[in-house]
Design a protein around this ligand. Structure first.
Ligand code: APR
Ligand code: PHB
Length: 393
């Protein structure tokens, strides 16, 4: 097999890159370890920055999002038995966010890829990049017991945190920065109306809680739980009871509960690998960085990496600008560190880290400041709607 860009991974990063390249006639093949059904079964977040929404338009996959996505003009922070709203539109120059599930985006991208007849190889085992520091890189993988060779010009490692692309960088070129938090989020999906029209982040002394949604009839809630906790220990009743205790009375009194349709625990981690390019191998999305979900940045950062990688491939194939290759990593990393900082900040602002009463008082003072001062609200709003994209040139 032969293509121009070989993409490892059919998550949002790989599928979006593939679709964008297709709009410019740049041939690409996606090689994914799992089945398409498995990829679609993953429940992930769903708050989209305007830049992500715009990119989905560029890729030609925005029709359903435009129809059923929910535009949010504000976000709510709850603490001390009260709710404070931050008006995003007012404090972030008219910008907003759109609530539309990552699973739906993946669905739309897979449908679009199938409609244009682009090649995707699912259930590919032992995917391995070769000769990435030469002009003739290639991938090998095993499909149906046979080893396949895919020759290409470039390889995009869009294979998530546990993927092979980052691991195939030579040890001496890569530096990894990491922080693991001593807690996780227990999430529940339920077919109940959301408790609020807007997303509520609650910083309670018992721990963090989040009220989010997928549609006007489907809710997504989370509570902070200690590291090592098992979802099996949480009956639906126990979950709803704990959520209620962490919300202000005016919110918990409105909470509609029901059977969970999904319940799982996600660990919280901050991680960045530098650089994001070695020879003709590029990393994008979770393959290069992880953020704790508190700032809703994971998917959006993946999208901004993909925007930059797309810009690079267009410059290479349409204007022979291979000199821009070395700008990919520093350009992405500036925005990534901004989002890492914001996700880290939101995590500290809202979670219970210790039972030290002084720390809690400082946290409450921070919550007061960031939800009442214009400067504070602007700092949250402009990061929440997304920092600007930077161009390669
Ligand atoms: N070979 C082939 N495919 C692989 C391999 C491998 N060795 N390892 C992983 N993959 C596949 C995974 O099965 C997955 O489908 O790569 C894909 C990576 O997808 P994601 O983990 O969703 O990563 P990404 O596309 O970068 O999306 C980032 O997902 O986890 C969230 O917060 C994150 O919202 C962000 C988004
Ligand atoms: C979600 O809806 O799953 C969600 C929303 C906001 C976040 C994280 C997750 O910050």
């Amino acid at each position: 097999m032969k293509t121009r860009v070989a993409i490892i991974g059919a998550g949002p990063s790989g599928l979006l890159l593939g679709q964008l390249l297709h709009t410019r006639g740049i041939d690409n093949v996606i090689v994914e370890r799992q089945s398409a059904a498995y990829v679609l079964g993953r429940i992930r977040a769903g708050v989209l920055e305007q830049g992500t929404v715009d990119l989905l338009h560029t890729a030609g996959v925005a029709e359903r999002m435009d129809r059923v996505g929910m535009v949010h003009e504000g976000v709510e922070l709850a603490f001390d038995d009260k709710v404070r709203r931050i008006d995003l539109k007012e404090h972030a120059g008219g910008r907003t966010v759109t609530v539309y599930g990552q699973t739906e985006i993946t669905h739309d991208l897979m449908d679009a890829r199938e409609a244009v007849g682009a090649t995707s190889v699912y259930e590919a085992a032992d995917v391995t990049p070769h000769d990435v520091d030469t002009e003739r890189p290639y991938l090998t993988f095993v499909r149906g017991g046979e080893t396949v060779r895919l020759d290409c010009d470039y390889i995009a490692g869009c294979d998530g945190f546990h993927g092979i692309a980052r691991k195939s960088f030579p040890k001496h070129v890569l530096t990894e920065y990491e922080r693991v938090y001593p807690f996780g989020w227990l999430g529940v999906l339920s077919d109940t109306p959301p408790v609020s029209d807007e997303i509520i982040y609650a910083g309670h002394e018992r721990g963090f809680a989040l009220c989010s949604m997928r549609s006007p009839t489907r809710s997504r809630y989370y509570v902070q739980v200690p590291q090592g906790e098992s979802a099996d220990n949480w009956s639906d009743d126990r979950f709803w009871e704990e959520l209620r205790r962490r919300l202000p009375g005016e919110v918990s009194s409105r909470l509609v509960t029901g059977p969970s349709i999904e319940k799982s625990i996600a660990p919280l981690r901050s991680f960045v690998a530098e650089p994001m390019q070695h020879g003709r191998l590029f990393l994008a999305g979770d393959a290069a960085h992880i953020v704790p979900p508190t700032g809703a940045k994971g998917l959006n950062l993946a999208a901004s990496d993909v925007a930059t990688l797309f810009e690079l491939f267009v410059a290479i194939y349409e204007r022979d600008r291979t000199d821009l290759i070395e700008r990919y990593s520093p350009t992405c990393l500036r925005r990534i560190w901004g989002a890492e900082r914001f996700s880290w900040f939101m995590t500290h602002l809202l979670h219970r880290f210790s039972d030290n009463a002084f720390d809690r008082r400082v946290q409450l003072a921070d919550l007061e400041y960031y939800t009442s001062s214009t400067a504070g609200m602007t700092a949250v709003a402009e990061n929440y709607v997304g920092l600007p994209y930077e161009r390669l040139e």
